[in-house]
Design a protein around this ligand. Structure first.
Ligand code: ASP
Length: 309
């Protein structure tokens, strides 16, 4: 399993752009530059919030929105298509200080699903809203909507068509997600995750990304986690919660907890990765796929991005 050596200390923010990466042999230098630039933009957006003394919650939203707005990641604009050729997006957010959380699932008209997840957390008595109800709530809460066709890209459409013809899909065509975890100057943690899910998924399928404890978790008493990978396994393994629970109940280090939790999920047959941060600014980013678009940034603004092992 590829693991970031805990060289990643003194960090305030870590992100991922999904474990569905383009095979190393197929990644052109121009695409690599685009991914690296996209990750760095997201890191800088989150860092700007934290450097100004803003809350971790604002930072994870800022970082995730940058990746949702970019067509190269499977979230927001650039999301993959379901079997009906439509977009059904999932997202969630969690506040480590209060354990408040919010999520939206199966939405297709919300420009930044992470913003809607936050609205669910802050403006509704619920944790998770799905489909038309989630969209109605988001609109009424002042969250920006997207015109029809906004999310579509030729690359994702081609992947759907290839899948429909029964041709095998590479990791990058099959799935992906974006996520962020942060710690602010008050020592509070937050996590957010957003995805288009899996290419050709059954309409109505909901993955781990909007599910608190599966794809996203944050608890100041442990860590903040955002996952990416085959969501069904993340849900069965309660992956994000498992990392935090191992730290709280078993006093495992962040490093060990993340490794063990991912290993347990992998033993079920799941593939993917996660990013996690603790209150001391330690970051881990393990994955068991060929790569994971990822990055982290220190309090002083030193950014690192990586794709493969
Ligand atoms: N976890 C996402 C889902 O299952 C996909 C991914 O992260 O690659 O919807």
């Amino acid at each position: 399993m590829a693991r970031e050596p805990t060289g990643a200390r003194g960090c305030v923010l870590a992100i991922h752009g999904g474990a569905g990466v383009i095979a190393r042999t197929a990644l052109s230098s121009s695409m690599e530059a685009r991914f690296r630039a996209g990750l760095e933009r997201a890191l800088r957006a989150g860092h700007a919030v934290l450097a100004a003394g803003g809350p971790a919650l604002d930072a994870v939203v800022a970082a995730v929105e940058v990746m949702e707005d970019s067509p190269i990641f499977n979230a927001g604009r650039g999301a993959c298509y379901n079997a009906d050729g439509r977009h059904e997006l999932d997202a969630s957010i969690m506040d480590g200080a209060t354990l408040r959380a919010g999520g939206v699932a199966g939405v297709s008209r919300i420009r930044n699903p992470v913003a809607a997840a936050r609205a669910v957390m802050e403006k509704s008595p619920h944790v998770l809203l799905a489909g038309a109800g989630a969209e109605r709530f988001a609109r009424a809460s002042g969250v920006a909507m997207a015109p029809r066709g906004y999310f579509g890209t030729r690359k994702r459409r081609a992947a759907l068509e290839r899948g429909r013809r029964g041709r095998p899909l590479g990791d990058d065509d099959a799935h992906g997600t974006v996520g962020a975890v942060a710690v602010d100057t008050a020592g509070h943690l937050a996590a957010a995750t957003s995805t288009g899910g899996i290419t050709g998924k059954l309409p109505g399928r909901i993955g781990d990304s909007p599910i608190v404890g599966a794809g996203t978790y944050a608890d100041d008493a442990a860590c903040a986690v955002s996952g990416t990978g085959m969501g069904e396994f993340y849900m069965r393994a309660c992956l994000a919660y498992d990392v935090a629970a191992r730290m709280r109940y078993r006093r495992e280090s962040l490093d060990r907890a993340a490794d063990q939790a991912l290993g347990r999920m992998a033993a079920l047959g799941g593939a993917g990765g996660l990013v996690a941060i603790d209150r001391r600014g330690r970051v881990v980013a393990p994955f068991n796929t060929e790569g994971m678009y990822r990055g982290w940034i220190t309090r002083g603004g030193r950014a690192t991005v990586a794709i493969y092992r």
